[in-house]
Design a protein around this ligand. Structure first.
Ligand SMILES: [Zn+2]
Ligand SMILES: [Zn+2]
Length: 382
């Protein structure tokens, strides 16, 4: 598809974060002409997650403000310029309801991609709504339409998984899927999840679905702990009523006095890392998923917590297509027993994006949804 010079292009409304701490503004951008391999998505659902709060607080380096946030989104293909196909070579068509991997530009040709096979460390990796700014184009979900550049990986939402339920799990679900895989969680493992935000909630669900038993969660406040139990936690412990020693004792009592096979840290608090190490059994695995921004240092006794304990500590940074694909398929399969749709406490219009951000920043909601084309209705929930 191309547009002749002089022909007015459609203006697309977007909620823009002009700079850290600045109020969200509505701006308009011309819809771009499409080059081969590109598509325009009509946004049905996007989200406000913890990363957007970090972006607003200016806690991530190298972010090209102004920004159209919303790295995770789903929508309907409004226009495309072939070839745009899925991994099996099946072409996409206008009208298809799809999600896309927010990570774009991973080169498949650098040392990290080819030798280390750690594509999340590829220097060419860019992320919609985070490291692409508004000056790069319509590359974030807080907009009526999203420009899907050539090479962006699209996935048709499986039958029965509507875009609102997918986005309710959203990036927390994809990150949690990565963390649970990274931890190598197996049938019968005792798993402790530290943190009951969106990543922790979905980590509980995926650990439980993997056959872990028991799955134990530590977090706050009480409504998040109640949600954690609905997501699959066998028992929960509040950091507001149990101090670190009381938590350790309670969790050891439930793990034969030895500690967990796998601990998944999803808190963002540096002190949770040594606590997680302590809660692991000897020879256990600690996955550090929650330290996405630099919130400082912590003290670790390397003798007692790592060396003598023979502990494996695994960092978990970003996600790749396999985690996106796996999380979506697991959500489609298990959404009947795991209430992913409840993770978003409220759906906001595009014009309300600033309010949505404030509510998440103030921890009034675990997550907020942004629905530029209107909030979910029963018919779309399938
Ligand atoms: Zn690369
Ligand atoms: Zn996110």
């Amino acid at each position: 598809m191309s547009v002749s010079p002089g022909v007015a292009r459609r203006l697309v409304r977007a909620a823009v974060m002009p700079a850290p701490r600045a109020p969200i503004e509505m701006r308009e951008y011309p819809e771009p002409p499409l080059a081969p391999g590109e598509a325009i998505l009509e946004t049905l659902a996007s989200e406000v997650c913890g990363t957007d709060v970090h972006l607003w607080h200016g806690r991530l380096a190298g972010v090209p403000y102004p920004l159209i946030p919303g790295h995770v989104a789903a929508g309907r293909i409004a226009a495309l310029a072939p070839p745009v196909a899925d991994l099996d070579g099946r072409p996409f068509h206008e009208g298809d309801v799809v999600a896309f991997l927010d990570v774009h530009g991973t080169c498949g040709a650098c040392w990290y991609c080819l030798v280390a096979k750690e594509s999340t460390r590829c220097p060419y990796r860019r992320v919609y709504g985070i490291t692409y700014g508004a000056n790069d184009g319509l590359l974030g979900g807080w907009a009526e339409r999203i420009h899907l550049r050539a090479g962006v990986r699209l996935l048709r939402l499986p039958e029965g998984l509507d875009p609102f339920t997918y986005v309710s799990g959203g990036c927390g679900a994809v990150t949690a899927y990565h963390a649970v895989r990274r931890g190598g969680v197996r049938l019968g493992d005792a798993v402790v999840v530290l943190g009951t935000g969106p990543v922790g909630q979905s980590a509980i669900a995926f650990a439980s679905l993997s056959g872990a038993a028991p799955v134990l969660a530590v977090g706050a406040p009480d409504n998040r702990l109640a949600m954690a139990r609905r997501m699959g936690a066998d028992a929960t412990f509040s950091i507001e009523t149990h101090d670190a020693e009381a938590r350790r004792k309670a969790l050891f009592d439930l793990t034969h006095g030895r500690g967990a096979d796998v601990v998944i840290e999803a808190t963002g608090d540096p002190a949770a890392v040594p606590e997680g190490a302590e809660l692991c059994r000897d020879g256990g695995v600690l996955v550090v998923a929650g330290q996405y921004t630099d919130t400082g240092e912590t003290r670790v006794n390397p003798h007692s917590l790592i060396n003598r304990k023979h502990l494996e500590v695994r960092g978990c940074w970003g996600s790749d297509y396999s985690h996106f694909d796996g999380a979506i398929r697991a959500m489609a399969r298990h959404q009947g027993r795991v209430p992913w749709g409840e993770q978003v406490g409220r759906w906001f219009s595009l014009d309300e994006a600033g309010e949505a951000l404030e509510q998440v920043a103030g921890q009034k909601l675990i997550k907020a949804g942004i629905a530029p084309a209107g909030a979910p209705v029963a018919a779309l929930r399938g």
